[in-house]
Design a protein around this ligand. Structure first.
Ligand SMILES: *Cc1c(COP(=O)(O)O)cnc(C)c1O
Ligand code: SF4
Length: 379
């Protein structure tokens, strides 16, 4: 069956509406009936959407769905956002809370795992729902909000734990909140003397680039040093709207880093990942992390083996701009935090001689100075 083109489907929508982020959220595609109007769904997808209704909800902004290929189920946008029935399979390795966040939560919404920095979940709402989300146990339920009372409890905790110097504001997606609501949170955190920097983890610049308006960046600009980590998984996500949004953020002096989740069939080939890293540098986003996909319930079909990520790193380092080489990490299941994994370049060390291999596989020898500290051979 041939469906009308997406362009035709959205034809009646005025530019003002389309460019209004609230309109985009209000008109998100949430049901099978809606989705079928735009995409030629496979049987697996139809069953997956039905399964998602009573499990992890589906929602996709019209702007973002328009990037999906209506006829090709292997489209990277479809694979990330349209559920398939494979989600109903629960592998023995799957966990509800793979990063062990709930066990490190002293105040609701606050995850304190590392000595000097915390993760603060301020909302459980996202612009669209990624099927492999680490926090699928929390997001999409619309039951959690960072209220004023809770914010005070968080602030008291941070004030009494003076080693904490960095707050990563995440969720859900903090940028789905109104600018004034977000400013309340940011301003309160900014006032805490031991907090030296703030950052936001978000996917809004790609799912809802209309949201990145002057009012938002001017507000954030007041609370420097402010950083932003943006979740990008494929070059197809980088549209002219996204380029404009990232330019606004960069022009407000907010350094951007990318976070990418390694996903089967989406970005698990070195050429695809290298292109993404290079495309990010073009929009002033510095590749920060590539994550091994966490063992979240119902995501086994999206996960790769670890060697896939290591091979990708091998094809990045030395082969492209160093700024375009992120760190490949795996979140230690159960609460280990981020553990870097990558190719091994240190081949051997003996008698003060260190044997290294470069990106081409050629061996080089570095001679360590004769000093008192242990040589590498003894470490
Ligand atoms: C990822 C994460 C952070 C931030 O880690 P960085 O490596 O500093 O970016 C902080 N707290 C928690 C719980 C995290 O998962
Ligand atoms: S935007 Fe982030 S928090 Fe929201 S569904 Fe995607 S991965 Fe999860």
């Amino acid at each position: 069956m041939v469906k009308p083109t997406l362009k035709g489907r959205w034809g009646g929508v005025g530019k003002d509406q389309w460019n209004n982020w609230r309109w985009q959220l209000q008109n998100s595609i949430k049901t099978l009936v809606q989705l079928e109007q735009y995409i030629n769904l496979t049987d697996d997808e139809v069953a997956g959407v039905k399964h998602a209704e009573s499990n992890f909800r589906m929602a996709i902004t019209p702007y973002f769905l328009k990037l999906a290929d209506p006829d090709n189920p292997n489209c990277p946008i479809r694979k990330q956002f349209i559920p398939t029935i494979q989600e109903s399979y629960v592998s023995p390795a799957d966990m509800l809370d793979p990063c062990g966040e709930d066990a490190h939560t002293p105040v609701p919404g606050l995850v304190h795992r590392y000595p000097d920095r915390v993760l603060l979940l301020v909302s459980d709402f996202c612009a669209s729902y990624c099927r492999y989300c680490t926090r699928s146990r929390l997001v999409g339920n619309q039951t959690f909000m960072m209220t004023d009372a809770l914010l005070e409890r968080v602030a008291e905790y941070l004030e009494s734990h003076k080693k904490i110097r960095d707050v990563l504001i995440s969720g859900g997606d903090p940028l789905t909140m109104s600018t004034s609501r977000l400013e309340k949170i940011v301003a309160r955190l900014h006032r805490i003397p031991n907090i030296e920097m703030l950052r936001i983890g978000t996917r809004v610049p790609i799912l809802l680039p209309q949201r990145i308006d002057d009012e938002l960046v001017e507000m954030l600009h007041k609370y420097h040093p402010f950083y932003m980590s943006i979740h990008f998984n494929h070059s197809k996500e980088i549209t002219k709207e996204v380029r404009k949004a990232c330019a606004k953020i960069a022009d407000a002096g907010i350094p951007m880093g990318s976070q990418t989740v390694l996903l089967k069939g989406v970005n698990d080939r070195p050429t695809v990942m290298k292109k993404l890293m290079q495309d990010l540098l073009k929009i002033r986003v510095r590749p920060y992390y590539i994550y091994q996909c966490d063992p979240v319930v119902g995501t086994e079909h999206m996960r790769t083996s670890l060697s896939v990520g290591i091979r990708i790193m091998e094809k990045l380092r030395g082969h492209t701009t160093g700024y375009g080489v992120p760190t490949f990490v795996i979140d230690g299941p159960g609460g280990g935090g981020k553990i870097p994994v990558g190719p091994n370049y240190l081949m051997a060390a003996e008698n003060g001689k260190v044997f290294l291999r470069n990106y081409q596989g050629r061996i080089f020898i570095y001679e360590e100075p004769p000093v008192a500290e242990p040589s590498l051979a003894q470490v």
